[in-house]
Design a protein around this ligand. Sequence first.
Ligand SMILES: [Zn+2]
Length: 431
Amino acid sequence: MRRPLAIALLCATALVATSCAPPSGEPVKRKIMVIGIDGMEWDVMGPLLEEGRLPTFARVMSEGTWGELRSLDVLESPVIWTSIATGKLPEKHGIMGFAKKPSAGGQPVPVTSNVRRVEAIWDILGSEGWSVGIVGWLATWPAEPVNGYLVTDYFNYGWAPRQDGKEERLTFPPGLAADIENLRVLEDEVTDERASVLINGAVPEDEVLRKRFNSLKMCIATDETSRSVALRLADQMPVDFYAVYLKGVDGVCHLYWVDMMPESGPPISDEEVEMFGDVIARYYEEMDDVLAGFIEMADENTTVVLTSDHGHSGPKPTGDDYRWGIAMHDPTGVLAFWGKDIAEGQQLADASVLDITPTILALCGMPVAEDMDGSVLTEAIDPDFLRSHPVRTIDTYEPERESVNVDGREPIESPIDDEVRERLRALGYIE
Ligand SMILES: [Zn+2]
């Protein structure tokens, strides 16, 4: 008899105090905003934070919870971003790399959404009645139906949508692509003047420098597209769960790391170091601005998740040569939570990319699935919220599926595959 009485007294006290609602099994309506920045690295951010060059990141860190983010064994971005969105390891979600060679032979085909065989966080929340909006997330083309809108990663390439968009499936709903096409910035539309903001000095005339300068435009184009699409849609079609993916930081780290740290790679000219040495820092400053734009949209009911998929480092020496591409990805990335019901000034001890979906579910008052490989980062959540909404679990969110052999799924070819492969080659991801 003692325990029920004690609990009854505790509840009565809690109700009188009203600061602490009784434990609830109900979902919590809030806005979730996920901002994904590919390849963001604490070692780059550290000195910039110290110099006061990243005021928005600094604000998110001081008012929220942040820390190192453990990535997967496989440091290929579509694999990791799919683990972030599903809470599951690659062998469960099915996305195993940037591209896959068709079993019939031929060039590798960039990985596509049909290869993913488990529910993403936006599917789970959407089926529970949350409205969702996703912009640019890797491996989301062709667009699958969601309870809201989805702009695929292929929208940022030079593929002109037709009016009804059904064939291209660049977006869901299919007609959305034509409505937002005017926001798309292609690489050759980025002016020299715009790109020169990121370098020291005037636009180079020397052929080698000029070629390296032009590579900046690939990064600028894709992020300007995602940023303006994301901000426009957030304004015109507000949703409960919102996720945007930004690719450019990874690109500039691959292309200009040796200029920032000349001792990390093969010898380069003094002109290159002088001209491109500050590109990465300036790009991070631009990301701080982008983050500020999203933070401005957050109301008092919004929780923000800021995440990368892996960190970055220089090329890896292998005797007389260097390994570039994926070898430059570091297994430790960046994670921060900010806003409603987030603990203030806390640090994450051992966060994994697999923990992000379970943590979002907990913040939404939804059960975490036992078949997910991550767990809830409780240290990031306000203790009052956790007391009133203890973490619950269910077996799975996966619907009963027909017994088809999903392991043999092949990526779908598209008219922009050459363009996608060219960008993957430019960063050293495929040969
Ligand atoms: Zn990445």
